[in-house]
Design a protein. Structure first.
Lengths: 222, 779
């Protein structure tokens, strides 16, 4: 499956670039990401929670960056596997100037296999799109908070002092698993259902998903 | 006694038990101290296994043991070849059978890598996540033609290609026949893979009794005795030390005749290792990758005919998908090869097939077992020939049917039982005539269809013929015993999965012994009760076990009559067995209940005479030297929605000739179920694999089965052409319902849509594919 597209951020190129290399930022913005840690030069290891249709699974994986051209982009390679199967991906991220900020172009080729492919196939594409969209929106929020370096330093100072009465701006809250799942469900429903029928179908879909979730939790966890 | 038990539309003896929830299914077993198993299965279809680390799983609380291939030691062996290749000149066969756990290379999705044994299935499943596996994914061989192309990824490198087998067979001189033909029609036909989707998945429970030194295995197999014998040998036990029980089973359909599945081999071994009862129940996700499948074939076939529509010859060359291993030999493609000649006179036949290894789940027989493809090829060729020659399709079939005086008919080529393909008996035109009457052929074509067409509706009609080889050997046995309470027990080794054996075999015994069908108690699938047998497959239960029961019951009847004659002081010829008693003809007041005779036959004092045996009991075996050929016709009327290409079956008729019918109600039931499965195969069920061998629709959300709404009421008619091959004159009926449905769908949908040039040459169909075909024909 191809994951291709572009997104324009309201942020200078340099700042977008920095965010794309910061595991903490990536961990916060990647939906379902539980952990992402640097294990070497341009190598990361992490844990990702993914739900595609009825299959919910934790994937342990590695992320490798290569051909890094500062401010231009890099090649990435993802390998993840877990009890519900595997997901691999490789492709390019590229940055370009845009009139009102910076455009990120992404072009990834992904493979999934095992139970997640067998059970979730018809929802995979919609789910992937949704996860991508949520990730980009999360990154946009991060970028909005990452103002100029001076202010960032000031915030850092504030945090360090810790005595001041003014509480520091909290880091952007990471969406919970349930929120991510609900958004994916909404996106999937939007993909599958014509616009005029959406409101009630999404409602019913979410209700069904909630029921399914409860059933799954019972059947998988009990 | 009023009606004869044989031929009676008797209700099933087993149903009260089943319908009130008292039947034992394998998952009902709860044994003290039982542990549970979960399998780690490969998410790759083709991958080198670089390493498996189970150390973390072993540490998890509640985990009892974890095994990989390395832990199995000498027990790690390739499974046996279940059916050797046929004795055909020029044949090639590469035997590559499955392994219990992957050691070096994964060859299909879901192949097991490791087993976790734990206090519960939940803990076992959780522990699967603790196992780290290092795979090196490899490109997969998925498409049949690409798999044979040079440079294709190899499923078994040591074979040198993905060719699993090559079998050429011929009858007469096809080239000469073709040279004389006025018309030769050649097409390519595709048939794709499906899953049998039994309502109950597989399961194995094993318990070692150290005091008795005896292993009991409960298994959902269709072959209890061969599995017992094989496992005893593998485990180093005597056959007598292993008791194999097949409880009630929710459908077999063939995949459960596959023997020595990895799970089947491993669960008993674990029970011995741990000295604990062990249970594994397959879940549906496992079933989609771990239970065998069938039906992927591509045929390039041609038929040569005279201008008058007389078949001069048929030639066929086809590819058969055997999956990652070929433990079941060549049964499925041989059946396809032998079914292409159909119910017709075919003077020249030339056929060759190539079985192909692919990185997909193993292929073994599934209800119909290759016959679907054969019927599809010949019936489609007949339809195309009818169109080309301007001869009515029914008339064309009549001109080529074998006539009653042409039986027995020798088709020369070798069949799955390794005997020449030989039709024992048949009478095809009355079956066709009855089918046409029941479907209302004439009136539909003359009156209804024009009216419906005028109203803009696309309603079509079709009829196809088929033959089915059934009731093959090698043998089954039965022990019949009159109990002292007057009931009769029939014990046999075949095993049962819902066919109605508890009733059919009871009817056969009741016929001889003059007792009520309900008073005959059938026991099957318990090797401690009867330890000889082959299994339930190839539409053979009623034929082979039925005739063994018949022979044993006849022998008991003789014993009972002799004993009664002695007691009542009359010649044996004057004794009849009626209503559970032995009585004197025309003097019914002189009688002895059968139960009483059973007591007398087992005396406490005195002596059993030399040359006789105690009790009213006999054991007999029956081995037909070749299979009996059943036949039939299916017809239907169905409507196609020209916009959505969804179909609705309005009427469905089956007329079946399975020789002497023991119980028409049960044959009806077999046919109904078969048709439902055939409809699924024709229009709903298709396993979709991607280029990497990933199964993309491994759940009932996406793998569609026909529902009660999609399956119409099936009207069944019976014709009876007795088989000369067995004393009961019966033939098998288990697969007939499923076999010709694809061919019938293709013909009927073409008739409904009436698009010139539309040729349906593939199964399964689905609305989207039908739309493409229709658009292609219109363009």
């Amino acid at each position: 499956m191809k994951i291709q597209g572009e997104h324009t951020f309201d942020a200078p190129r340099e700042r977008v670039w920095r965010a794309l290399l910061d595991p903490e930022v990536l961990a916060r913005t990647l939906p379902g990401c539980e952990r992402l840690e640097r294990t070497g030069e341009n190598e990361y290891r992490g844990v990702l929670n993914v739900q595609v249709g009825p299959v919910k699974g934790q994937f342990q994986g590695t992320l490798q960056l290569a051909d890094i051209l500062p401010l231009e982009g890099y090649h990435m390679k993802l390998d993840g596997s877990g009890p519900s199967g595997f997901m691999n991906g490789q492709g390019e991220l590229r940055l370009a100037d845009a009139p009102a900020g910076t455009t990120l172009r992404y072009d990834l080729d992904t493979q999934i296999g095992g139970r997640i492919a067998g059970l979730g196939q018809r929802l995979v594409e919609s789910s992937a799109k949704s996860i991508t969209r949520q990730g980009l929106e999360g990154l946009a929020r991060e970028l909005a908070l990452m103002t100029d370096p001076a202010r960032e330093e000031m915030v850092q100072e504030t945090v360090k002092e810790a005595t001041t009465a003014v509480p520091p701006a909290p880091p952007p809250a990471r969406p919970t698993q349930a929120e991510v799942a609900a958004r994916v469900a909404g996106d999937v429903a939007r993909d599958l259902v014509p616009a005029e029928k959406r409101p009630w179908v999404i409602g019913v879909g979410l209700a069904l998903l909630a029921i399914l979730g409860v059933l799954l939790a019972r059947s998988c966890g009990g | 006694m009023t009606a004869q038990p044989i031929g009676a539309r008797a209700k099933r003896n087993e149903d009260p038990h089943l319908l009130t929830g008292r039947a034992l299914f394998i998952d009902d077993l709860e044994l003290p101290g039982m542990v549970h198993v979960a399998f780690l299965r490969s998410p790759h279809a083709h991958a080198r296994l670089r390493g498996v680390d189970v150390s973390k799983a072993r540490e998890r609380e509640g985990v009892v043991a974890v095994y990989t291939a390395a832990d199995l030691g000498d027990y790690w062996q390739h499974g046996p070849l279940l059916v050797p290749p046929p004795p055909v000149e020029g044949m090639v066969f590469h035997q590559r059978t499955q392994v219990p756990l992957v050691k070096d290379k994964v060859r299909h999705l879901g192949e097991p890598i490791a087993i976790v044994v734990a206090v519960s299935r939940y803990v076992a499943e959780d522990a699967l996540a603790d196992i780290a596996v290092d795979y090196e994914p490899l490109p997969a061989a998925v498409d049949l033609e690409k798999a044979l192309a040079p440079g294709a990824p190899l499923v078994h490198e040591d074979v040198g290609s993905n060719l699993a087998a090559y079998v050429p067979q011929k009858k007469g001189d096809y080239a000469a026949a073709k040279a004389k033909a006025d018309v030769v029609i050649r097409r390519r036909f595709h048939y794709d893979r499906g899953a049998a989707a039994a309502i109950e998945n597989r399961g194995v429970v094993a318990q070692w009794d150290a005091r008795a030194q005896k292993l009991t295995i409960w298994d959902t197999t269709q072959a209890p005795i061969p599995v017992r014998n094989g496992l005893a040998a593998m485990l180093g036990l005597s056959e007598h030390q292993v008791r194999l029980v097949t409880p009630f089973i929710g459908g077999g359909f063939g995949p459960k005749i596959m023997m020595f599945y990895p799970e089947e081999v491993l669960i008993p071994w674990i029970a011995l290792q741990l000295d604990l009862p062990v249970k594994w129940i397959e879940d549906r996700a496992e079933n989609f990758v771990a239970t065998t499948q069938e039906r992927g074939q591509i045929h390039d076939a041609e038929i040569a005919l005279t201008r008058d529509g007389i078949i001069l010859g048929i030639a066929d060359s086809f590819l058969h998908d055997t999956g990652a291993y070929d433990p079941y030999g060549l049964t499925v493609p041989l059946n396809s090869q032998c079914t292409v000649v159909g119910p017709y006179r075919v003077p020249a036949y030339q056929s060759e097939f190539r079985a192909v290894f692919t990185n997909k789940t193993i292929v073994t027989p599934y209800r119909g077992a290759g016959r679907q493809h054969g019927v599809f090829v010949i019936e489609r060729l007949m339809d195309l020939a009818a169109r080309e020659l301007g001869i009515d399709g029914i008339e064309l079939r009549r001109r080529n049917f074998l006539k009653p005086d042409e039986f027995p008919h020798d088709h020369v080529i070798i069949y799955q039982d390794f005997a020449p393909l030989y039709y024992d008996s048949g009478d095809y035109e009355p079956v066709l005539d009855k089918t046409l009457r029941m479907i209302g052929w004439e009136s539909f074509l003359k009156e209804e269809q024009p009216r419906l067409r005028a109203a803009g509706r696309h309603v079509g009609i079709g009829v196809v013929s088929y033959v089915e080889g059934t009731g093959i050997g090698p043998f089954e046995g039965a022990r019949v015993q009159v109990q002292t309470n007057g009931t009769v027990t029939v014990v046999t080794g075949i095993g049962t999965q819902g066919q109605g054996h508890f009733t059919v075999l009871a009817q056969v015994a009741a016929q001889q012994l003059g007792v009520e069908i309900a008073d005959v108690h059938v026991v099957t699938g318990d090797s401690d009760q009867f330890h000889w047998g082959t299994g339930t497959f190839a539409s053979r239960g009623a034929v082979v076990a039925g005739n063994a029961t018949h022979e044993a019951a006849k022998s008991v009847r003789e014993k009972a009559i002799l004993l009664a004659a002695e007691r009542l002081g009359v010649p044996a010829e004057r004794i009849e067995l009626v209503g559970g008693t032995a009585r004197v003809v025309d003097e019914p007041e002189k009688s002895i209940p059968l139960g009483e005779l059973a007591k007398i036959a087992n005396p406490m004092r005195g002596a059993v005479k030399p040359g006789t045996e105690p009790g009213l009991e006999a054991t007999r075996y029956f081995g037909p030297y070749r299979g009996a050929t059943a036949s039939g016709c299916h017809a239907c009327i169905l409507e196609v929605d020209a916009e959505t290409m969804q179909i609705e079956i309005l009427k469905y008729v089956v007329v079946h000739d399975c020789g002497v019918v023991i119980n028409p109600l049960l044959v009806d039931g077999q046919v109904h179920g078969g048709v439902a499965q055939g409809i699924g195969n024709a229009f709903y069920e298709q396993l979709v694999f991607d280029d990497a061998g990933q199964l993309l629709n491994a759940s009932f959300m996406d793998f569609l089965l026909p529902t009660a709404l999609d399956v119409p009421r099936v009207e069944v008619g019976h014709e009876e052409t007795a088989s000369p091959l067995n004393p009961l004159g019966t033939k098998g009926a288990g697969e007939a319902g499923a076999i010709p449905v694809g061919a019938l769908f293709a013909q009927t949908v073409e008739n409904a849509l009436a698009i010139p040039g539309l040729e349906i040459l593939e199964i399964p169909l689905k609305p989207s594919r039908l739309w493409e075909l229709a658009e292609g024909a219109r363009a």
